[in-house]
Design a protein around this ligand. Structure first.
Ligand SMILES: C[S@@+](CC[C@H](N)C(=O)[O-])C[C@H]1O[C@@H](n2cnc3c(N)ncnc32)[C@H](O)[C@@H]1O
Length: 235
């Protein structure tokens, strides 16, 4: 169920002040573990990429409140520069406040305002699922990466096991929609999120979309019994 950019922007503008707390609460804290895996992977990639002494250029797509840049700021700011892009100004305001030296710009992941071959690393965490054309966003990430550059994605995907998928739908459709609604004061986004997972790529479909975009190496790490993935792709 892809939503229009206007709908997504309105949704996240309303959620911005509580977004992080609510995500942790409705995932039962699991989201922190998934971010941690991404950070460990980024750490390894930065160690390799920083060997030539050049500053690493990182693009965080659908950066939101800047959670990924914030980790980079704390651990790698001497060697890495981050640009964050997102549709929603309300989310970016929080990111800019946290990291005033870095660029956080309003823009669309389906039409990135950057030249080809501009970045060494690109990430998108829990953003692709909300986009009208996720395959186009993957192609755009490929285009702006330099040869050898890495593209990392964290996302929720439909469970391969139909029973687990049904349980998950019941959880997000009821418990997490109600909890999200109470914590944020607005149930609409969480009803929308509940419907946005089963229309997204399966794990296999996601891998195919990355290969079709041109990535020569694609590794997918399933997490939470296959209900979420960490994808590591190389151009
Ligand atoms: C669930 S939040 C994730 C934010 C952040 N990546 C994180 O992990 O906390 C999804 C973000 O994707 C952004 N977004 C959705 N569609 C987008 C698009 N086409 N281009 C840029 N950003 C988009 C939304 O504005 C929102 O900030």
């Amino acid at each position: 169920m892809p939503a229009s950019p206007e709908f997504v922007e309105k949704l996240f503008s309303q959620l911005a002040p509580v977004y992080e707390k609510v995500s942790v609460a409705i995932s039962g804290g699991m989201i922190l573990h998934w971010y941690d895996l991404l950070f460990k992977t980024l750490d390894r990639i930065y160690r390799i990429k920083s060997r030539d002494g050049k500053r690493i250029e990182h693009l965080d797509i659908a950066t939101g409140t800047g959670l990924i840049p914030l980790w980079i700021w704390k651990h790698w700011r001497n060697k890495v520069s981050v640009t964050g892009i997102d549709l929603t100004e309300g989310m970016l305001k929080i990111a800019r406040h946290r990291m005033p030296d870095w660029k956080f710009i309003v823009g669309d992941a389906l039409n990135l305002p950057f030249d080809d071959n501009s970045f060494d690393v690109a990430t998108v965490t829990f953003g692709l699922r909300n986009m009208e054309d996720p395959a186009k966003a993957i192609s755009e990430a490929y285009r702006v990466l330099r040869s050898g550059g890495y593209f990392l994605v964290l996302e929720v995907v439909p469970y391969p096991n139909p029973l687990l998928q049904r349980l998950f739908e019941m959880h997000v459709g009821t418990v997490s929609a109600i909890a999200g609604g109470i914590l944020s004061g607005n149930i609409t986004p969480y009803v929308y999120f509940a419907g946005s997972v089963d229309s997204f790529f399966t794990r296999e479909g996601f891998e195919k979309a990355c290969r079709n975009a041109g990535f020569r190496k694609v590794g997918i790490l399933p997490m939470a019994f296959g209900g979420s993935i960490l994808a590591i792709c190389q151009k």
